[in-house]
Design a protein around this ligand. Sequence first.
Ligand code: PGA
Length: 256
Amino acid sequence: MANERRPLIAGNWKMHKTIKESVELVDGIIGSLAKQPVEGVDVLVCPAFTALERVSKRLSGTDIALGGQNCSHLREGARTGEISPLMLLDAGCTFVILGHSERRSYFHETNEMIGAKVKLALECGLRPVLCVGEALEQREQGRTFDVLRTQIEGCLTGLAAEQLAKVTVAYEPIWAIGTGRTATPETAQEAHRFIRGLIASLSMAQVANGTRILYGGSVKPENAASLLAQPDIDGALVGGASLKADAFYAIITSAR
Ligand code: PGA
């Protein structure tokens, strides 16, 4: 079962990079991987919507996957400014990040809304990367596990086992995102193990044992290896350090 959990290194480019810059970045990543391939590690990049199609063209013929950073809970309709999961598929995506803490805090996304997005993304054939994680205050109050339980159950309850098997979870403590402050490998491992237990209780141990749980929050080339060495950390969701090809490639190599 363990070898089903090939490590996944995902780059979340957030609201950065023009189309031209996105193509340059992905060319840099492709170039490094072509020069020195990294076996046994899956790679995903998630550019801005406007760059998806162009980046998708660059990725054809490579093993790097493409993802969106968000999508609607509806297939189509009068929702000005929204992007349907079908549009992401059309642009070449196979993954979509959902429920990122920035979406939860700045755009008021609730677990219920995120759960509806997860369900539709799966129905459309996309693989969701569901983000969960506690705020500093919640951790200090000893509520981390309660928060994770509410998020996981709120977003994933009701999925069939074969749907759940297609979900990747990203544990991203909010206090570690973009702050330079990383969870220690032990703190992250504790949360990852807890999340795997929650998934087992929603379905079955077999599904949970195959679920990839990524760590996110100030992952850099310097700290990636020690995080990825933990038994329940199956990869990384990388923000800032994914915007430079050499740093992102270094993180990919540390997942080997
Ligand atoms: P960071 O962002 O690596 O810049 O902390 C991670 C994320 O928000 O996914």
